[in-house]
Design a protein around this ligand. Structure first.
Ligand SMILES: [Mg+2]
Length: 182
């Protein structure tokens, strides 16, 4: 099976580290974190400073490493399909290197990385790569991928969304879902 997996908030705890760094930055700058996030210029200034740190030091989700290893050892192909882009901030132009280094640190072997893919573009990438099943935490991506005829599971470990059909709340559940739908 060719499995496509989103990175941020699916494999790793991106929201948590963003929140942590944003709070530190806000204190330093004597600003409110919400005001920073609601202003494109301030937000971009924050990410220009912290994005490399965020991508390099983000924590992996519980059981993700073990499950990915087992999926690989059973012959599945794993493709990371992410919206991370080299054009998001001027300071981070080496997204592939950062992702590869991070995967290595967590002993995860993958078959490919596709960046700058969001929404319809993500659905197109899934088609081009003949992905059998995509896993993503973003309901917008989920809808786009499903409507293009590709199977998708919504990864929702914070019970944020109403969707209760193709949804899993952790990596062990995801592993069982893949076993059932292979
Ligand atoms: Mg995501």
């Amino acid at each position: 099976m060719r499995i496509g997996i989103d990175i941020d908030d699916t494999i790793c705890c991106t929201s948590e580290i963003v929140k942590d760094r944003l709070e530190k930055y806000a204190i330093k700058e004597h600003m409110d974190p919400l005001d920073i996030m609601n202003n494109e210029e301030l937000k971009s200034a924050f990410f220009s400073i912290y994005l490399e740190d965020i991508y390099s030091n983000v924590e992996i989700k519980k059981n993700a490493s073990e499950v990915l290893k087992r999926l690989k050892s059973k012959g599945n192909e794993i493709y990371l399909i992410t919206a991370r882009s080299n054009y998001f901030v001027k300071t981070v132009k080496n997204n592939f290197e950062i992702i590869e280094r991070w995967m290595k640190e967590h002993n995860i072997e993958i078959d490919g990385i596709v960046a700058s893919a969001y929404g319809e573009e993500k659905a197109d990438v899934c088609k081009r790569y003949n992905i059998d099943l995509m896993i993503d935490d973003d309901p917008y991506n989920y809808q786009k991928i499903i409507s293009s005829g590709i199977k998708c599971v919504l990864f929702d470990d914070k019970e944020k969304y109403e969707l209760k059909d193709n949804y899993v709340s952790n990596w062990l559940e995801l592993e069982k879902y893949i076993e059932r739908n292979r």
